[in-house]
Design a protein around this ligand. Structure first.
Ligand code: HEC
Length: 397
């Protein structure tokens, strides 16, 4: 018996990535909420406590305090939060390599846009991750650091610039994924390069009996706040794999911008609310941005994709069947001939008439609207062939 564990390894890394990601995002959300919810407590003021909070959870009462710079004495046991971030990034990078670099010709390269080799595409992918961090870190060290809102606007524009640029050279899916990894890399680097080293410096100063520099804490806090706003766009992008309608749209960079903005505005609503500053206008703005992006997405995909050519000629099933055999069954049959696949991808056996007919709507979405299939357009399917599928699928409705 032959054992192929590669797909399971992929699943294991993906699972680890999700678990670590949840732990990281959970602690990020929790601490930002905590910071925003702290209120001055008179009895503690002279001990250097800037704010405190009472909470009840899981049947117990908690009393949290935050010291303005650091407590007078080092506690014996101090918890650090870093492994969630590191494991999320490391497992995410491993997945990126496994899927988008090892199988770059399937997931990353779109030869209709730019004819790259696997090595060139992977090199470019890694280069943009590094470039993204250098730009973001540079912005945070520039005079913009005085103004989080202005810094946010500029960094947002840079990200959309990356999204647009990457979409010119990579497949839609590869471009969108790289935007997510640029942001995720900046977030993890914030923890690794700024937040944790600064905390170490504060602890070292205290152990040496010196007063820690408050600027270190302020810088770390700012990066931690940025991470909080970057989280939702990253989550959106990481799940966007399931939405060919998003990554397959020629304006995917604009859609990413719209949906990300919606996520950040909603995050802002909650961050303000925790400071007792409830602004429902932010929620309404978030909803309106979502609707506007959705309408734009629907309108643009109709205008730019192969549409049924009209006419009364119904496309015979035999034609569709031939198209499936030419462009799909290499990956979608019981024993796919495509190298590395040994089960029908997505469980679809497109050599079977009943399966083709039952999945007309899904095939339409993948082949006509999002043009995500054939994967990597390995077989060079033409617009005219996609239009045939569109005509046939329309008639099935
Ligand atoms: C080179 C291999 C390959 C070729 C060729 C290919 N596919 Fe796929 N297909 C995949 C893989 C892999 C998936 C699993 C989803 C993913 O990871 O993108 C998939 C998923 C799908 C799905 C399910 C998507 C979903 O999430 O609902 C449909 C439908 C589909 N393919 C249709 C087609 C059709 C129709 C063709 C031919 C026009 C085709 N595929 C050609 C590899 C291929």
């Amino acid at each position: 018996m032959e054992l192929d564990i590669t797909p399971w390894l992929n699943m294991a890394v993906r699972w680890l990535h999700v678990i670590a990601g949840i732990a990281w995002i959970g602690s990020s959300f929790y601490f930002i909420w905590l910071d925003n919810s702290l209120r001055p407590e008179k009895s503690e003021k002279d001990k250097g406590v800037g704010g405190a909070l009472w909470a009840v959870h899981g049947g117990g009462f908690y009393h949290k305090k935050k010291y303005v710079v650091a407590p007078a004495q080092m506690p014996d046991d101090l918890h650090w939060f870093k492994w969630e971030a590191y494991v999320t990034w490391l497992s995410g990078f491993a997945l990126l390599v496994l899927m988008y670099y090892v199988a770059a010709d399937l997931y990353l390269i779109d030869r209709a846009k730019l004819d790259l080799t696997n090595l060139q595409a992977s090199g470019l992918g890694i280069a943009v991750l590094v470039a993204g961090w250098l730009i973001y870190d540079g912005l945070c060290r520039s005079p913009l650091k005085q103004n989080n809102a202005a810094l946010g606007v500029v960094w947002f524009a840079v990200i959309i610039g990356f999204a647009y640029g990457l979409n010119q050279v990579f497949s839609g899916r590869g471009a969108v994924m790289h935007v997510g990894t640029i942001i995720g890399t900046a977030m993890a680097a914030n923890v690794f390069m700024i937040i944790i080293p600064n905390q170490r410096k504060v602890v070292a100063a205290m152990l040496a009996g010196k007063a820690p520099d408050p600027a270190l804490g302020i810088q770390a806090k700012q990066r931690s706040l940025h991470n909080n706003y970057m989280t939702l766009p990253v989550l959106l992008i990481m799940t966007a794999n399931h939405y060919p309608l998003l990554f397959g749209n020629p304006y995917n960079w604009a859609l990413l911008g719209g949906f990300s903005l919606c996520g950040m505005v909603i995050r802002h609503f909650f961050n303000r609310r925790h400071k007792d500053d409830v602004r429902y206008s932010l929620l309404i703005a978030g909803a309106l941005i979502f609707i506007a992006t959705m309408v734009f997405a629907a309108a643009s995909q109709n205008g730019f994709r192969a549409r049924p050519t009209g006419g009364s000629d119904a496309v015979p099933f035999a034609t569709v069947k031939t198209l499936m055999t030419t462009h799909c069954t290499m990956c979608h049959e019981a024993n796919p001939s495509y190298d590395g696949f040994d089960a029908p991808q997505a469980g679809l056996e497109l050599d079977k008439d009943a399966v083709i007919k039952a999945n007309a709507a899904r095939i339409y979405e993948q082949v006509v609207v999002a043009q995500a299939m054939p994967l990597g357009n390995e077989t060079g399917m033409t617009e005219a062939e996609r239009a045939l599928i569109a005509n046939w699928a329309d008639a099935q409705k």
